[in-house]
Design a protein around this ligand. Structure first.
Ligand code: FES
Length: 696
């Protein structure tokens, strides 16, 4: 006999027992008549939630009893299989109303054979399904659990301190022994354990948030600690997952009990004023004593503002936010933690630590009195916690297929492999793919050109801009653009890839990347620009492809723009090719192009200009690092998984690898073949797929 008097599944029809089946788990057994559903679930190991411990307060234990014939289980269930609701159920007024046809599991007594469905919202380890953040197959396993307890009130006859009374209540009512109370919680205990005015009961109702580590790492003590204590019943606690990018910082506020995203916000990283790219920020630190503290203060200030915005948006008190997950590249990681980043600026590009770090949020100057910040593990000096988070999200290590995961920012992080092993590298692509340092470049925003086609015969362009449905040569384009109110502001990264792919396809640029001046005789779109030539996309003065001259210089692709993209694409492709060579892999099965750049890019054009290798599956998962941070916030299993994986990821250092230079030169060229045809890619080798041998 196990807990609550439940027999194991054997169908032995002892007198006074009834058979109970739980779905969707299929767990079943016999229980004495009168056993509550919650007791039966606990005894059979069924995943049925409870915060209040069966006091009819939280509403987490709801189940739906089935009625009728269940041939699969050989059961005929009557309407009276559960006893009629008693006062605990009829008086229930919790903030999770009883669902249609549902009963409170802690109150409903089992009187006959019964089949009980546990809906997803009543499961502790339910699968999280969200469309705005990619969380496929994530099972909720957060570091925070809530427990409602009745704590003995203070009296002259009881000399136990508040923390001791709380620990005793947890041991008695939940069987949780040796619980520690976090130092930050101690000052709040008197208030939490203070009986409400006029309440003369001998106990005080308190909700405790327990923090588990469970990752098996250094911080994992094996026993939970009290992370918060609040007076009365509290049904939710919150966490924030933040991707600390060098350009933007983006965060999600989540309900840790359901996995629901309750607010999302982002802002520019204020460190940009110290340098656009990471290395210029490291240089700033090298050349300015105290510069590291300035950069640390800047990013911490932005994080505090971001968290404040998230909490204000959702109208949530600061003491309800208990967990933060922060991911970022190694320079961001070091600056965030107040670690000097200068060793990351020169060979051997040494990290201060590769390990995940857990610190009180107050150590990072965040005004969150009870929160703990968990900063993900890094792989190497140029491959940081943002990449490990992207790996968590995209799961190349969980797959048989060979995956190429690329996250393009001012650096491109590249991960290659499958469940047999992973390699990682970072390539210095620079800011060109983000539209920076190009005469016509802008970040992806309303009014930016994102799609381009060039007519083979006339060399006339047509294009689409972000925020307008129609192409520039379609009816309604001018009106829609006028309604957008921005005009055509420039060409974003994906638009640049397309325009260069098209210029290459129709022969405006040659294989070496030179804009052919000879075509000026054929088309007025080819214009002299000093000693080189340019391709005109939009006429001066016109917002669209119109011809009226005016004050606006219009947009054109200049020779220097082609060069900048050529260098960026060569850096990315050389990094990819280096990993392919190292892994002995000749073809990848899937390419995942993460990040804002990847979100808009047309993979066919990226392959056409030899930016990416061809693959059977190509996708743009969006902000993988952000999705990974959310997973790491909601799942201790995900934290344990990535911490175990990181030491086995093989880092390839592009900055010191001589072969990288050869591959870089090889990847500089532009192919000259139609988009979508076989053999469009320069240097593309027909490779037979092999397993990711040598990567493990
Ligand atoms: Fe809380 Fe049933 S366990 S209401």
């Amino acid at each position: 006999m196990s807990e609550a008097g439940v027999n194991e599944p054997a169908v032995n029809e002892a007198a006074g027992t009834v058979r109970v089946v739980f779905t969707p788990s299929g767990l079943e057994g016999r229980v004495p008549e009168g056993t509550t559903v919650l007791e039966a679930a606990r005894g059979l190991g069924v995943d049925l939630d409870t915060v209040c411990g069966g006091r009819g307060i939280c509403g987490r234990c709801q189940v739906r009893p089935g009625v009728g014939a269940f041939p699969k289980w050989g059961l005929d269930v009557g309407v009276d299989a559960l006893a009629a609701p008693g006062s605990l159920e009829t008086d229930y007024r919790g903030n999770r109303p009883l669902g249609d046809g549902q009963r409170l599991g802690c109150a409903a007594a089992i009187c006959g054979n019964v089949v009980l469905d546990v809906p997803p919202e009543s499961q502790i380890h339910r699968q999280v399904v969200r469309k705005d953040v990619a969380l496929d197959a994530l099972v909720l396993d957060p570091p925070i659990e809530l427990r409602f307890v009745e704590v003995d009130r203070a009296s002259l006859d009881d000399d136990r301190a508040a923390d001791e009374r709380l620990a005793d209540a947890l041991a008695d009512q939940w069987g949780i022994d040796e619980v520690g109370v976090e130092t930050s919680v101690v000052p709040t205990l008197h208030a939490a354990l203070e009986p409400p005015a006029g309440d003369n009961r001998e106990t005080v109702a308190v909700t405790v948030a327990l923090r588990r580590d469970g990752t098996g790492g250094e911080t994992d003590t094996g026993t939970p600690s009290v992370a918060a204590a609040w007076a009365g019943f509290v049904g939710t606690a919150y966490g924030v997952a933040i991707d600390v990018g060098s350009t933007t910082i983006a965060g999600h506020l989540l309900d840790l009990t359901t996995g629901a995203v309750v607010a999302t916000a982002g802002r520019m990283n204020p460190q940009i004023r110290f340098g656009e790219d990471l290395m210029s920020r490291v240089s700033y630190v090298m050349m300015n004593p105290g510069g590291d503290a300035e950069l640390t203060n800047a990013v911490r200030g932005a994080l505090d503002e971001l968290v404040t915005e998230l909490l204000d948006d959702a109208e949530i008190e600061r003491d309800r936010l208990l967990e933060l997950v922060l991911v970022g590249n190694p320079v961001m990681h070091h600056l965030l933690l107040g670690i000097d980043p200068t060793p990351l600026g020169a060979a051997p590009f040494q990290l201060a630590t590769r390990q995940a770090i857990a610190v009180p949020a107050t150590d990072l100057d965040l005004g969150l009195p009870l929160a703990q910040a968990w900063i993900g593990p890094c792989i190497a000096g140029h491959v940081g916690a943002d990449t490990t988070a992207a790996i968590v999200a995209e799961g190349p290590h969980r797959s048989d297929a060979v995956q190429l995961l690329v996250d393009v920012g001012t650096n491109a992080e590249i991960v290659l492999g499958n469940r047999h092993g992973l390699l990682a590298a970072s390539s210095p692509t620079g800011p060109a793919f983000e539209g920076a340092q190009l005469s016509c470049g802008v970040r992806a925003a309303a009014g930016a050109i994102e799609r381009v086609r060039i007519d083979d015969a006339t060399l006339e362009p047509r294009f689409r801009v972000i925020g307008v449905e129609q192409w520039s040569d379609e009816d309604g384009f001018d009106d829609a653009l006028a309604a957008l109110g921005t005009g055509v502001i420039g060409v974003c990264g994906s638009g640049i890839i397309e325009v260069l792919s098209e210029m290459s396809r129709v022969g405006i640029v040659d294989r070496a990347g030179v804009i052919k001046g000879s075509l000026a005789e054929r088309s007025p779109r080819i214009e002299a620009a000093g000693r080189t030539f340019a391709y005109r996309l939009t006429a001066a003065g016109g917002a669209g492809a119109g011809d009226e001259p005016g004050a606006h210089p219009g947009l054109r692709v200049e020779q220097n723009d082609v060069r900048a993209i050529q260098l960026a694409k060569a850096a990315l492709k050389a990094g990819i090719d280096l990993l392919l060579e190292r892994a002995g892999i000749e073809q990848v099965d899937e390419v995942r192009l993460a990040g804002a750049f990847g979100a808009h890019i047309d993979p066919e054009h990226a392959v056409a200009i030899d930016l990416l290798p061809p693959a059977a599956s190509m996708s743009s998962p969006g902000n993988s690092a952000g999705s990974g941070a959310v997973r790491l916030l909601l799942s201790l299993a995900a934290r344990a998984e990535i911490q175990a994986l990181v030491p086995h990821i093989v880092k390839v250092e592009t900055a010191t690898e001589p072969r990288f230079q050869d591959l870089f030169v090889e990847a500089m060229g532009f192919p000259l073949a139609p988009v979508g045809s076989e053999g469009t890619t320069s240097g593309r080798r027909r490779r037979s797929r092999r397993r990711a041998a040598g990567t493990s």
